[in-house]
Design a protein around this ligand. Sequence first.
Ligand code: NAI
Ligand code: HPV
Length: 602
Amino acid sequence: MAVTTTGNLMFTKPLNKSRPLSTCSLSWRLTLSSPFAVSPLCSRPRNAKSFVVVAMMDAKPTVLVAEKLGDAGLQLLKKFANVDCSYNLSPEELCTKISLCDALIVRSGTKVTREVFESSGGRLKVVGRAGVGIDNVDLSAATEHGCLVVNAPTANTIAAAEHGIALLTAMARNIAQADASIKAGKWLRNKYVGVSLVGKTLAIMGFGKVGSEVARRAKGLGMQVIAHDPYAPADRASAIGVELVTFDEALSIADFISLHMPLTPATSKMFNDDAFSKMRKGVRIVNVARGGVIDEEALIRALDSGIVAQAALDVFIEEPPPTESKLVQHENVTVTPHLGASTMEAQEGVAVEVAEAVVGALKGELAATAVNAPMVPAEVLSALAPFIALAEKLGRLAVQLVAGGGGVKAVKVSYASARGPDELDTRLLRAMVIKGLIEPISSVFVNLVNADFTAKQRGLRITEERIVLDGSPENPLEFIQVHIANVESKFTSAIADSGEITVEGRVKDGKPHLTKLGSFRVDVSLEGSLILCRQVDQPGIIGKVGSILAGDNVNVSFMTVGRTAPKMQAVMTIGVDEEPSPEALKKIGAIPAIEEFVLIKL
Ligand SMILES: NC(=O)C1=CN([C@@H]2O[C@H](COP(=O)(O)OP(=O)(O)OC[C@H]3O[C@@H](n4cnc5c(N)ncnc54)[C@H](O)[C@@H]3O)[C@@H](O)[C@H]2O)C=CC1
Ligand SMILES: O=C(O)C(=O)COP(=O)(O)O
């Protein structure tokens, strides 16, 4: 393939969409039934550009590691992928490089913006955050681009909690200031008299993983611990002897306040003038969460007025903060450069946690640490696996039966199961029906991440219905039906009495089968291509069609006939391994008894 170089980019000719998959530049590919199925670059540039950047010619995906990552994680990645460790990239450099990458791993120092996803040209499949907070990743843009975001939610919990306690104790005893003063040649024993922690009330704001661990440790120091978290279960708090209180109660009671909530639109600047005005005079604040949860200007005012006696901050709205920052320079403020997660142990831990999630996602597995996709436990996933393939095939079949009308706008998916509604997670199945409905008629790539978004964007209303069956709930599902309303069909027999295109499928011997088409009972394996014929039921038709296909060297894998009654209307479904030639199809259409027929590519 001819490649020309322009600056940092390698450009090649526009790729031919009709090229067989096996000749794509990106030869690794996941199975289509995978929820994170990767359609190669050549088959679906999402934002199709006149030129497509081609990354590499070997079989491995490329992972860009944009910030320092523990060695154990790097080794894990290298077993599966080409790993490009490029630190301190400018936003422009990141946007340039990203089009050559299948995965990106960052910490808190890299902003993964909408531009990054747009610049990836659809190639970026997964962003791994080697840590907890994902406020530096534009999750909406990731979801819209079908890019999975995973994080490492557990491996740095203890490190962050320990750093919170370190800041709490260092602040109370003026450790940083006293250290600086000795180094400046002073000996200020009276100036740096501290305050005791024992018996004081600590309010933990955000009682999640880190907050709970800080609470445990603070109790060990003899503090009274209360917590505010609108979403935390009371039994978890009471199990470690912590009382959950309202926001205002926490502010008005606490001697010390430690922040542990994520930065979200709801928590942004929640510690503002109003909040500071409700605090006890002389309160001391620790922030190892995110700088953005505090209005930094309001904190300076509260420090200057004495409402806040001291603050210890690991995080800032802008990182690194400007050197002349009044907050950083304030004598009652202790600062660290976002070190909460920076222990040897935590960095090795997050590196492994994120590398495993990224490799898994690149292999098409569902990640337990997915941030923008439903987390489906492994056992549920394996039980649903055959139905995932069925759901996609039914969507693909149904949409190819549409001839016209108002366009596909209203689709109902019915799940027949003996399981209770809470025991059947249909999110995955719905996503796969959407994938099947949209991919054959567009260049959009649909996966579990962007399925609902893509359907909504295309004005496709998906409703779901449960058909409750008696019997053993051992099987997750008996059958799935897909109904498309308000459309005409190119195969009128696919329209059921309800007036909707209706297809029904079951899993037989682990394989997806079509079991009903419109009002006709059929049974054909949903593989390869399908020929659907409607004819007046009479002897000899099967033989005629069979011999036309044999003459065209097309292997028939399956054939069934469903009829309303003997000698009445019948629907013949024929599974074929190869696609018949137009001549063969013409001959089938010319058989007098055949009233309509259609070829469906699954
Ligand atoms: N400084 C550092 O290096 C580190 C900072 N962090 C920060 O700490 C945050 C917490 O981490 P984890 O405990 O692991 O996350 P988590 O998700 O286990 O806990 C967050 C808690 O905040 C609560 N929360 C959400 N909105 C709230 C609100 N409006 N008011 C009070 N609570 C609210 C949630 O219900 C949840 O329980 C992360 O989002 C991250 O920003 C985490 C690790 C290291
Ligand atoms: O995990 C988090 O949320 C952190 O803030 C840690 O950030 P870092 O990976 O050290 O840049």
